[in-house]
Design a protein around this ligand. Structure first.
Ligand SMILES: NC(=O)C1=CN([C@@H]2O[C@H](COP(=O)(O)OP(=O)(O)OC[C@H]3O[C@@H](n4cnc5c(N)ncnc54)[C@H](OP(=O)(O)O)[C@@H]3O)[C@@H](O)[C@H]2O)C=CC1
Ligand SMILES: Nc1nc(=O)c2c([nH]1)NC[C@@H]1CN(c3ccc(C(=O)N[C@@H](CCC(=O)O)C(=O)O)cc3)C=[N+]21
Ligand SMILES: [Mg+2]
Length: 298
């Protein structure tokens, strides 16, 4: 079987250019969307993401405000910064890069962000709204995955979806979105027994576990659509560092109908959806209507 490789990089580029057009016309109305990104500490991977977010934010015509705080920043100081940004009218979206240093309570930080400015969709208000089908801000990674699925498959109604992983930032919101799309959804995790048998039922398989190349060829239903969220840095046979997903891409792609690569799949879509969410919340904050092409914001 010839698999289709879902080109997240190019879908993300098209999405960013649509966003940039929308931002351009907003600016003509005197509205300049602004995204604040806070990075605490000096984790190298986080620095890469934050740099790339800032660059793409500016390329879309939005204001990018970056705050880089020392690793030993007290929780109180971070809460004060968030409170200042909550009140700052030039800031439409606030993102605190995760993970945070161990001395900081992630939940307390997420809860402190004004729900209307929570561009990640991690605040309990937005998670609740997503579950009840309200006007939620949808977490960027699951939203990007859904866009690629719809691009590939069109209507998802009645399809069987298996989500590997149950984190608050990927697995759980992904499952909520797929339920909304009328899929029959199974969530599997580290305590799931016979996980391969569950996966073999899936028309759609989302892997978000953080285990390099866990998903093997014999876990796959022939023709299934595979979305690989995993970002794992490993050493290859020559001891060079390389990036792999949670799916054994070379072998699984022999059997799948369509599959996202790592890199170049979910990652670029996540950042594009961050810009999309910044646009959407800016429109909402200004009581403007959301264009039809922005999915799941009815
Ligand atoms: N491309 C992108 O934009 C993004 C990529 N990521 C990547 O996605 C991956 C997942 O991220 P995240 O959700 O934050 O991770 P977490 O570590 O928060 O969650 C991992 C989930 O996978 C489950 N799990 C772990 N091992 C197994 C196993 N052997 N079999 C089945 N399930 C297992 C865990 O189960 P349990 O709950 O039982 O512990 C948990 O639910 C990571 O590689 C991360 O880097 C994350 C965000 C964005
Ligand atoms: N508050 C918060 N929001 C997030 O959305 C968030 C976060 N914290 N913490 C970390 C995770 C991870 N994440 C990624 C974004 C882009 C790529 C990405 O662009 N990846 C490139 C490769 C980049 C590389 O080479 O390392 C790709 O897959 O092609 C990956 C991962 C967002 N996250
Ligand atoms: Mg933590």
């Amino acid at each position: 079987m010839m698999t289709n490789i879902i080109d997240g990089k190019s879908i993300a580029a098209k999405l960013r250019s649509r966003i940039a057009n929308e931002v351009e016309s907003l600016k003509q109305q005197g509205i300049h969307p602004g995204l604040a990104v806070i990075l605490v500490g000096d984790d190298p991977a986080s620095q890469v993401y934050v740099r790339s977010k800032g660059k793409q934010t500016k390329e879309a015509g939005m204001n990018s405000f970056e705050y880089r705080l020392a690793d030993n920043t007290p929780q109180e100081a971070l809460l004060e910064l968030i409170s200042k940004l909550n009140q700052d009218n030039s800031v439409n979206g606030i993102l605190v890069q995760l993970p945070l240093p161990r001395h900081i309570d992630e939940e307390a930080i997420i809860n402190a962000i004004a729900p209307q400015k929570d561009v990640d969709g991690f605040h309990p208000i937005n998670i609740g709204l997503l579950s009840t089908g309200g006007k939620a801000t949808i977490p960027c990674t699951p939203l990007g995955c859904l866009m690629m699925l719809k691009d590939q498959l069109g209507d998802l109604s009645g399809l069987k979806a298996v989500v590997l992983g149950r984190s608050n930032i990927v697995g759980k919101p992904m499952a909520s979105l797929l339920i909304k799309e009328n899929c029959t959804v199974t969530i599997a995790h580290s305590k799931t027994t016979c996980i391969e048998d569950e996966c073999r039922q899936a028309d759609i398989l989302i892997a978000a576990v953080g285990k390099p190349e866990l998903v093997k060829e014999n876990w796959i239903k022939p023709g299934a659509t595979i979305i690989d969220v995993g970002i794992n840095r490993i050493k290859d046979t020559e001891n060079n560092s390389k990036l792999v997903g949670d799916v054994d891409f070379i072998n699984v792609s022999k059997k799948s109908g369509a599959i996202t690569p790592v890199p170049g799949g979910v990652g670029p879509m996540t950042i594009a959806c961050l810009l999309l969410n910044t646009l959407t919340i800016t429109l909402r904050q200004n009581n403007l209507s959301i264009p039809k092409w922005i999915i799941n914001q009815e």
